[in-house]
Ligand binder design. Structure first.
Ligand SMILES: NC(=O)c1ccc[n+]([C@@H]2O[C@H](COP(=O)([O-])OP(=O)(O)OC[C@H]3O[C@@H](n4cnc5c(N)ncnc54)[C@H](OP(=O)(O)O)[C@@H]3O)[C@@H](O)[C@H]2O)c1
Length: 259
């Protein structure tokens, strides 16, 4: 067996179908591109059509099978509709990546019910509902990969964690509950934990060079994250190689969390 065949047996996503929420921007976009280039047919879900179309065109430019669904994951009806439309394109997904997320950051004393509800809806309810929709089918077919994107704020409070940190902490618990339920049937459920990644989510923080430098100093690698830093970890967690890894949180943060 050649090294290429060996690596392909471990990591190739040929023939797999992936659904990536938030796949039109930032970390989700980096992951969608990686899964597609590793062989998966990819459907990305977000609201803005121009960004969705641009990412799909980059994927197809690499020779990948890709499509998009525009939907608002802040409502349960929106999630349900998105799931059916996405599954109608290439078929039921083998890989589900929940990267769509919002971070509204009001000071805790001003955190109202509206921000709490929207944060939970996008960051926690949508991953839960998509898991309920696709997890049992993955288990029935004997293979599945669920990957959530959480945050340092699932583990520690800083830069106004508020409702956001709560939603991400719960998302890590959700991964463990899903792993308990479906891993006996070949479905692994894990979370990737970014550090500070320069994406539109952080536009305000990223505009302050002193804060950006201070955050880079908190890593061991000496720099902040890039969307492409998630490619290898996502392909690993989506592939056959990670079949014995489940319920885990993998920090892709340049060492931010360990000192
Ligand atoms: N960047 C960081 O430093 C960092 C750190 C820790 C964790 N994270 C997590 O990583 C994930 C991705 O973040 P990012 O930095 O890549 O952010 P981003 O560039 O702002 O991307 C967020 C994605 O989610 C989609 N989205 C947001 N609200 C949505 C809704 N209501 N319905 C459907 N789609 C929605 C956005 O598209 P539309 O706006 O077009 O809908 C976009 O595709 C998030 O879960 C975030 O919490 C990021």
């Amino acid at each position: 067996m050649s090294s290429r065949e060996y690596l392909s047996g471990l990591f190739s996503l040929d023939g797999r179908i992936a659904l990536v929420t938030g796949g039109s921007s930032g970390i989700g976009r980096g992951i969608a591109l990686a899964l597609g280039r590793a062989g998966a047919s990819v459907v990305i879900v977000a609201r803005r059509e121009a960004e969705l179309a641009e990412t799909v065109s980059e994927l197809t430019g690499h020779g990948c099978r890709a499509a998009w669904v525009s939907a608002d994951l802040a409502t349960r009806e929106g999630v349900r509709t998105a799931a059916e439309r996405a599954a109608g394109i290439f078929g039921e997904p083998d890989i589900l990546v929940n990267s769509a997320g919002i971070n509204l950051r009001p000071p805790m004393s001003e955190l109202g019910e509206d921000v709490w509800d929207t944060t939970m809806a996008v960051n926690l309810d949508a991953p839960f509902l998509l898991g309920q929709r696709f997890g049992p089918g993955m288990a029935q077919r004997g293979f599945g990969r669920i990957i959530h994107i959480t945050s340092q704020q699932a583990h520690r409070a800083f830069v106004q964690s508020g409702a956001y940190g709560v939603s991400k902490g719960a998302l890590e618990s959700l991964a463990r509950s899903q792993a308990e339920a479906w891993s006996p049937h070949g479905v692994t459920c894990n979370t990737l934990v970014p550090g500070f990644v320069m994406t539109p989510l952080n536009a305000r923080l990223s505009a302050d060079p002193a804060k950006v430098a201070a955050l880079a100093d908190r890593t061991l690698t000496g720099r902040n994250g890039l969307a492409e830093d998630f490619a290898g970890a996502a392909v690993f967690l989506a592939s056959a190689a990670s079949g014995y890894v489940t319920g885990q949180t993998l920090f892709v943060d340049g060492g931010f969390s360990v000192h």
